[in-house]
Design a binder for this molecule. Structure first.
Ligand code: NAD
Length: 481
């Protein structure tokens, strides 16, 4: 095993107070390859104390001082880009090429975006004719709690930390215990970037121990969480009676609406990506493909042919399209959904099983990209989040039918519309119950836009000014003229 991952508290790398360790696996081979601290509320307490002590000086550095440190941190990740890319792929099972194209560059962009954004962040003022002027004073609240999942490890971790720090808060953060490596590597760069001790604290360990100690800590007034809906509900249950600020980015079951008049080739290419990028483990992946009935046979045949051509393989191989799913329990969960779909009368058009690769990869957790049709809209494979390389196909008759199916799950994160009818595109976009709509594209991301979901996909929005508003408290000051 490699030398262990350590917590980063008050500028120091250290083991957990318990002296206990957890083990992290490499999904490509199934091997246990590194230990991480099995931390608990004692480590969180230390981190909170350090963060509070660091807060006045960090805030006093001002926007430019903080921006400068965060830009340095971005530059250091960029300097070590290839190391981060290799580590992310190894820890998560995703293709190396994807980590290089998406995950690590986006983590760098997250820091640069908020480090520069804070320089331009202005607040409102409201004139009351000649009576008074109100201005909104937005101040950081002190210490933010940030908790992130395993699917885009450094990308989502930094998406929270960067705005929290830029706004002037100190942070106690917990990456997923399933993919802790790149957050650890980030912590090892903080001192070099000139981040004062205690500004960013990273505590590794289990959700019910470390995560819940962060959520329930009385001196952490705001929690930014990305993860599953069930966990989000538990966090809200604990944090709401404490009147904490909460941002919850949760699960999805995103529909892709394919109208017969779409640009077929463009749609097909993008829909293969929106289904199977990162092994389908992106909260924004389209997992329910709804196709206008007249196009259905053509779509199904062409789509299945493309999906069969995807290469499941070694994440290190440049030719690999689909790597390993993140863990053995997750693989079992995804396979159980496929088995359930068959029982419910679904037809598996391709995939549907574990893929056993040769040699060192023989025990890796690979699933063939799977396409299922013929399911009733109420069955669990259509209503519940699978979060793996599995999509379902359903025909629809007209726009109203498409909307009925699209809006029929408890989730509402993202939706994709494929049509060349401009009026219909806007009309359908307005009617879809989701926080993010893509028309004739997918995963095109402008970091200034509001990001988040409705219904069981979450509460609140991240991104752009929304994030900087979340990580500050607004105070209205009214001055008599
Ligand atoms: P998860 O909810 O199991 O874990 C997320 C994080 O929460 C982990 O760090 C975990 O340790 C921690 N945690 C677990 N229990 C906790 C508790 N009781 N208190 C505090 N923290 C706790 O989710 P996951 O399996 O890591 O990630 C997959 C899920 O994340 C999927 O549902 C996916 O849709 C969702 N997700 C959503 C978005 C979005 O932006 N909406 C983005 C990515 C992933």
């Amino acid at each position: 095993m490699e030398s262990p991952i350590l917590n980063f508290i008050n500028g120091q790398l250290q083991a957990a107070a318990s002296g206990q360790w957890l083990v992290s696996h490499a999904p490509a081979t199934g091997e246990a390859y590194v230990q991480l601290p099995d931390s608990d509320e004692r480590d969180v307490e230390q981190a909170v104390v350090a963060a509070h002590a660091a807060f006045p000086a960090w805030n006093a550095l001002g926007r430019e001082g903080r921006s400068d440190r965060l830009m340095k941190l971005a530059a250091l990740i960029e300097r070590d880009l290839e190391k981060f890319v290799a580590a992310e792929s190894r820890d998560n099972g995703k293709p190396l090429s994807l980590a290089r194209r998406v995950d690590i560059p986006r983590a760098i962009s997250n820091f640069r975006f908020f480090a520069t954004g804070i320089l331009h962040f202005a607040s409102e003022s409201h004139m009351m004719d000649d009576v008074a002027v109100n201005y909104t004073d937005r101040q950081p609240f002190g210490v933010a709690g940030c908790i992130s999942p395993w699917n885009l490890p450094l990308y989502l971790f930094t998406w929270k930390i960067a705005p929290a720090l830029a706004a002037g808060n100190c942070v106690v953060a917990k990456p997923s215990e399933v993919t802790p490596m790149t957050a650890y590597m980030l912590s090892a760069l903080c001192n070099e970037a000139g981040l004062p001790p205690g500004v960013l604290n990273i505590v590794h360990g289990l959700g019910p121990k470390v995560g819940s100690a962060i959520v329930s800590h009385p001196r952490i007034p705001a929690i930014s969480f990305t993860g599953g809906t069930k966990t989000g509900a538990e966090i809200a249950r604990v944090a709401a009676p404490m009147f904490k600020k909460l941002s919850l980015e949760l699960g999805g079951k995103n529909p892709v609406l394919v109208f017969a008049d779409c640009d077929f080739e463009d749609m097909l290419k993008t829909t293969v990506r929106s289904s199977f990028t990162n092994q389908g483990q992106i909260c924004l992946c389209g997992s329910r493909i709804l196709i206008e009935r007249s196009l259905y046979p053509r779509f199904r045949d062409a789509f299945v042919a493309r999906v069969k051509a995807l290469r499941v393989g070694d994440p290190n191989d440049a030719a690999t399209d689909v790597g390993a799913v993140v863990s053995e329990p997750h693989m079992e969960k995804v396979l159980a959904y496929i088995a359930g779909a068959k029982k419910d009368g679904g037809t598996v058009l391709c995939g549907g099983e574990r893929v056993k690769l040769a040699g060192a990869l023989a025990n890796g957790w690979y699933i063939a990209p799977t396409v299922i049709e013929g399911l009733d809209n109420n069955c669990s494979a259509i209503q519940e989040e699978i979060f793996g390389p599995v999509v379902t196909l359903q025909p629809f008759d007209d726009e109203a039918d498409a909307l009925r199916l699209a809006n029929s799950t408890p989730y509402g994160l993202a939706s994709v519309i494929w049509t060349n009818d401009l009026k219909r595109a806007h009309r359908v976009a307005r009617e879809l119950k989701a926080g993010i709509i893509w028309i004739n594209c997918w995963m095109v991301r402008d970091l200034r836009t509001p990001f988040g979901g409705v219904k069981q996909s979450g509460v609140g929005r991240e991104g752009g000014w929304e994030a900087l508003r979340f990580f500050t408290e607004a105070k209205n000051v009214c001055v008599r003229l």
